[in-house]
Write a protein that binds this ligand. Structure first.
Ligand SMILES: Nc1ncnc2c1ncn2[C@@H]1O[C@H](COP(=O)(O)OP(=O)(O)OP(=O)(O)O)[C@@H](O)[C@H]1O
Length: 643
């Protein structure tokens, strides 16, 4: 195959919505509101059923209390001014008022506590579900998509507080509705015209709040990349990994400038919305003040002409304020829950996301490797927008064989390994495990069969034992196996001398407590020591069918490299392995060497054959060997180096 396949779907494309798609999504979001609000409420109820029930009951009860207080006040005032009411009845009304006050005070704080408890329970449940979903993405493509990362950030925010906000918003809405109904009823008895006026004045507030809440959600989304960049610059300025270069190159102020520019951009957009918010709210507040002011004038004149009693005036003032306050609260709760539901959608999008790589409904079984792995005309690019990285790669790795991949930087070696672990699927062509296409097997099952040390290995801020044990959770607490792996990776001696040996924290990021309960300092390993630790982690999985080592010795000193090469040679014997290395001295003993150039296999064969062919491999080998001229190497050492 010579030409590049033309219609390959790129893995990143599906996650990058266009402006039109985003607008359609927003419109559709409104129609999905009831369904998603119901999902959020159901989630809240499931997180802590008893707390949720208590919170609902108290919230609804709190809605009726102000109406009851207003009526009790009216009756007491009328009783006092109009006469004919017994003292016992007046005392009863006063006691009722006091009782309402006591119940209000108690329920308010109890309800606040229940609300906090509910939010914590929801946060725990949703964070768990969110990261279960994230862990379920078997590939890497989503983690490289800016749209996905924005959605994940919003989902994290929304999952922690979203369902609680939705529940509170809807409960608050019900509470405000009870209050509005109670006060509207009271007001209607006194003045139907005023009731209509107060109600009409509340409608613009509702509409305005809805529009503003949509704008706020849109702003959250639009500012996603800016805010993530700001966090990125902030991390560069505050993590030890970047601190060296930041100081040496004197780029602290430069990065800080970029961070603050992003912050200013985000702040300017937020300030614009806040100004709009303030303007609209002030206008609405003015309207409300005019309506209630006019109402009070009318009530006083009506009382003067004998149409209203003193108690009527009291309940009128309470009702106008109550209706207006409740309508504002209704608008606020509608907007709040609308905003929370729209944010909660990001959470739902992630937890209900389709698998990132197609997983067969009935995956093919993946028994131990018997024949080998075959790359069959594999073409790959990271997305439609990216250039081809692999262009029709075909080769076989036979069972029990040690295969080395060599080639210049960027020729596609690590990409091949990522495809082999099925972090991505080939755009065209296939990778076959004993003849079975990797697309047809369960990725988790495939990975249990592979041991690997990646070029960009992880240095976990955990103890030494944990750093190795993560290689195989079955051996996580198996000190013997962990020590064995460390010995083979040549890091045991170093780990044995650490303050708490294998239990020493390999980080200064977190506090460590020593055996006597005192605070102790974590230890920092050198680059080469970390690389040995990463190798030990890989060795812990060495009973797996296939060992993949991507530049396992790039950071090691000459002696360590010789030791590791020896360990790898011993390990490879009779096992299937794939080694990537730029140090051609370490690949010469491989059974097969595959040379990649610009995503194509340009040579393959044993070291001697490739040297005899005098092609790309021989050129690279000679170039590297010229750095070790024979006259500079003592005879014994030269021999040892060749072993
Ligand atoms: N996640 C990614 N998204 C987009 N392009 C990528 C990604 N990873 C690698 N590439 C590109 O793919 C090409 C091959 O990269 P790869 O890491 O496979 O090369 P390599 O042969 O392992 O290089 P090296 O010897 O430097 O490790 C490079 O041009 C690189 O820019």
């Amino acid at each position: 195959m010579t030409g590049a396949p033309s219609s390959a779907p790129g893995p990143g494309r599906a996650e990058t919505p266009t402006g039109r798609e985003r607008r359609t999504t927003r419109r559709a979001a409104l129609s999905r509101f009831p369904r998603h609000a119901a999902a959020a409420i159901a989630l809240a109820a499931r997180a802590a059923p008893a707390v949720f029930t208590g919170h609902v009951l108290l919230t609804l009860a709190t809605g009726a209390l102000p109406v009851a207080a207003a009526w009790l006040t009216k009756l007491a005032l009328d009783g006092l001014t109009e006469g004919g009411t017994s003292t016992a009845a007046l005392v009863g009304l006063a006691a009722g008022l006091a009782g309402v006050g006591v119940v209000t005070a108690v329920t308010t704080h109890t309800n606040q506590y229940l609300q906090s408890q509910l939010e914590r329970a929801i946060g725990l449940l949703t964070q768990g579900r969110l990261f279960t979903a994230v862990n379920g993405f078997v590939g890497l493509e989503r983690f490289e998509s800016p749209a996905f990362l924005d959605r994940l950030r919003l989902a994290q925010q929304a999952s922690a507080v979203g369902p609680g906000q939705v529940a509170n918003g809807i409960l608050g809405l019900s509470q405000a509705a009870i209050m509005v109904t109670g006060f509207l009823g009271s007001l209607f008895v006194l003045s139907p015209a005023m009731t209509a006026l107060v109600l009409a004045a509340g409608v613009p507030a509702l509409v305005a709040e809805l529009v503003l809440s949509r704008q706020r959600v849109r702003l959250h989304w639009d500012l996603g990349p800016t805010e993530r960049r700001e966090i990125f610059y902030g991390q560069l300025l505050s993590t030890v990994e970047a601190a060296k270069e930041v100081r040496l190159f004197g780029i602290g102020a430069f990065l800080q400038g970029r961070m603050l520019t992003d912050r200013r951009t985000a702040d300017a957009a937020k300030a614009l919305l806040d100004r709009r918010d303030a303007l609209v709210q002030s206008g609405l507040a003015l309207l409300a003040a005019l309506v209630s002011g006019g109402g009070v004038v009318w009530a006083v004149l009506a009382a003067r002409s004998g149409h209203l009693s003193v108690g009527d005036i009291a309940i009128f003032i309470a009702a106008v304020a109550g209706v207006q306050g409740s309508l504002t609260a209704v608008a606020g709760h509608v907007a709040g829950s609308h905003e929370a539901v729209m944010l909660f959608e990001h959470y739902l999008d992630i937890v209900r996301c389709e698998p990132d790589l197609p997983v067969a409904a009935a995956p093919a079984p993946l028994p131990a490797l018997r024949e080998g792995v075959e790359f069959r005309d594999v073409w790959f690019r990271y997305s439609d927008e990216h250039p081809w990285v692999l262009r029709g790669v075909s080769f076989r790795l036979r069972h029990g064989e040690a295969l080395a991949l060599v080639g210049l930087n960027g020729s596609g070696k690590s990409t091949l390994v990522k495809l082999l672990c099925r972090f991505y699927d080939p755009t065209h062509g296939a990778i076959l495990w004993d003849g079975v296409d990797l697309r047809n097997v369960d990725p988790a099952r495939l990975r249990t069969r592979i041991g690997a040390a990646f070029q960009d290995y992880m240095a976990y801020d955990m103890t030494a034992a944990e750093n190795i044990g993560l290689g195989d959770l079955d051996a996580f607490d198996d000190a013997e196996r962990i020590r064995g792996a460390a010995e083979r990776a040549g890091i045991h001696r170093k780990l044995s001398t650490l303050p708490r040996r294998y239990d020493t924290l390999l980080s200064r990021r977190f506090p460590m407590t020593s055996e006597d309960g005192e605070a102790a300092t974590g230890v920092v390993l050198s680059g080469g020591q970390w690389q040995r630790l990463a190798l030990a982690r890989a060795f812990l999985r060495d009973a797996r069918d296939l060992m993949v080592l991507d530049e396992p010795a790039s950071g090691l000193d000459a002696q360590a490299e010789a030791e590791i090469q020896e360990a790898l040679r011993t390990h490879r014997r009779g096992r299937t392995s794939l080694l990537i290395s730029h140090r051609l001295g370490s690949v010469r003993e491989a059974d097969v060497i595959v040379v990649l150039a610009a995503g194509r296999v340009v040579e393959r064969g044993g070291h001697a054959d490739l040297m005899a062919a005098d092609g790309e491999y021989a050129r690279l080998f000679a170039l590297q060997a010229s750095g070790y001229r024979a006259e500079d190497v003592r005879p014994g050492v030269e021999e040892a180096g060749r072993r």
